[in-house]
Ligand binder design. Structure first.
Ligand code: FAD
Length: 454
């Protein structure tokens, strides 16, 4: 039986163990139930989102929990986008204005291992192979099924809550939906993804530029690569699931797959001798945006992370956003909030922000696979950088607000980003370069449209 002041967490992926650390550090008794076996004891799951982009919001949450030192050696900086054209030429677009503005690549598996170990060190009771199989909201009980099929039941209550960090296919969200406590809307993307490995060269050397997020933008599809600490890169191909070539459906034979990579991504394909085998062996993953109207129930259940708001991965923000949920819970408790108040206010506080990053993530897909190739986009980036230079703390490109400024809410980043985008588009109308730009007029526009932020 769980003690009244304790917390039951379901899901030991990204958010679960981080939140467990934050809560256990506050002296709460935390039990974490995870349906998988202990990942630290087994093999990595092949082809499933091997590394992740970690940005300021995620890092801020890890720092809040005192865990930065635990993960420092896992981080590989990505200082900008390195674009690969079909003819093999490359161009580099830095992410930020200053040298400290960049994002990190981190192994999902290693991060998860470290977070689980940190949670254990804080006294969290982690129960692996324990799948949440049912919830009785009227009784305030949640049931788990172990490997031996034995069912155990745990109570929860508004002051001893049940926190759902069980991901995009959340069992707790489904139970809340079935009980009529929330409505769920899922937009499944027509594009799917497949991960591939570009191996390290001799003596662990990186075969393509190390500190960059590589993109092969091809219009309606793209390949990206994130560096790993061992010299390899994890590549992800994003492509229509079905329909006209190229789609996952049309890439149906070894010859067609090889031809596709040789013609579209020749520089990458040349470095991956078994690319066809990998393509055939690795799973194809689906992506969706999940919107949930209400994330909590008065009985004491609360959804967070992907369970409440799964998003598509094109801004590299899903985990960062889930970690930000944890930060907000930690901050609220530190400010003296009790669980019933937190349960009541969490949806209203977070949802405008998670809805905003969901929209921006979709928009970023178009930008990464297509717009980056357009000279007009490059010009917009240049003008944005100049305006940022002229108005630091006032004009901040949207990507920077999302990725480098944990203190700017997503909603605000989206709102200000739209104002800035209009400004830049209008200033560049009919132009092919930045010559004789009327900066006095633009300065005035910036000063009147955007208040000072940082
Ligand atoms: C291809 C791809 C690339 C991505 N890249 C990035 C990126 O670069 N940066 C970024 O920030 N985000 C990225 N994301 C998003 C990120 O993976 C998620 O947003 C993040 O994992 C959400 O964390 P979570 O803790 O809510 O859920 P998860 O990490 O999915 O954890 C859920 C956990 O709950 C467990 N579980 C599920 N059901 C049950 C049950 N019934 N009982 C018990 N346990 C259960 C699961 O086994 C799992 O361990 C990417 C996603 C994809 C698909």
């Amino acid at each position: 039986m769980t003690s009244p002041s304790s917390v039951t967490l379901v899901g030991g992926g990204c958010a679960g163990p981080l939140l467990a650390v934050m809560l256990a550090s506050r002296g709460l008794g935390v039990t974490l139930h995870e349906r998988r076996s202990d990942p630290r004891a087994g093999q990595a799951e092949a082809g499933r989102s091997i590394n992740l982009a970690l940005a300021a919001r995620g890092l801020h949450a890890l720092e809040r929990a005192g865990l930065r030192a635990d993960i420092e050696d896992l981080l590989v900086p990505m200082r900008g986008r390195l674009l690969h054209a079909p003819d093999g030429t490359t161009s580099f677009m830095p992410y930020g204005r200053t040298p400290d503005e960049f994002i990190w690549s981190i192994s999902r598996r290693d991060l998860n291992d470290r977070l689980l170990s940190a949670a254990e060190r804080c006294g969290v009771d982690i129960r692996f192979n324990d799948r949440c199989v049912g919830i009785d909201f009227s009784q305030g009980t949640v049931s788990f099924q172990g490997l031996d099929d034995r069912i155990t039941t745990t109570p929860f209550a508004p002051n001893a809550p049940l926190l759902a960090t069980d991901g995009a296919r959340s069992a707790i969200r489904s139970a809340m939906q079935s009980a009529g406590f929330t409505s769920v809307d899922e937009d499944v993307l027509s594009h799917a993804y497949k991960e591939l490995l570009l191996p390290a060269g001799a003596k662990g050397a990186y075969q393509i530029q190390k500190e960059a997020l590589h993109i092969w933008p091809r219009g309606n599809y793209m390949l990206i690569a994130l560096p790993n600490t061992d010299g390899s890169f994890t590549l992800t191909l994003f492509l229509e699931r079905t329909g006209a070539h190229p789609s996952f459906e049309s890439l149906a034979s070894e010859a067609v797959i090889q031809e596709f990579f040789n013609t579209q991504f020749a520089d990458a394909a040349a470095l991956i001798p078994d690319i066809v085998q990998q393509f055939l062996q690795n799973p194809t993953g689906h992506m969706s945006t999940v919107r949930t109207t209400q994330w909590s129930h008065q009985s004491g259940a609360l959804l967070l992370g992907d369970a409440a708001h799964a998003i598509v991965p094109f801004h590299g923000q899903g985990m960062n956003c889930a970690f930000e949920d944890c930060s907000v819970i930690g901050e609220q408790l530190a400010a003296g909030s009790d669980w019933p108040h937190l349960l009541e206010t969490f949806t209203a506080r977070r949802k405008p922000n998670t809805d905003a990053i969901a929209r921006m993530a979709i928009e970023n897909y178009e930008e990464m696979r297509n717009t980056v190739r357009d000279p007009a986009f490059f010009l917009q980036k240049q003008l944005s950088a100049i305006l940022e230079e002229r108005h630091p703390g006032r004009f901040i490109p949207r990507y920077s607000m999302v990725s480098f400024h944990a203190d700017i809410p997503y909603f605000e980043a989206e709102r200000r980003g739209a104002i800035q985008q209009d400004m830049v588009r209008q200033a560049l109308e009919g132009r092919s370069d930045l010559g004789a730009m009327d900066y006095r007029m633009l300065d005035e526009l910036v000063m009147t449209s955007l208040d000072m932020l940082v």
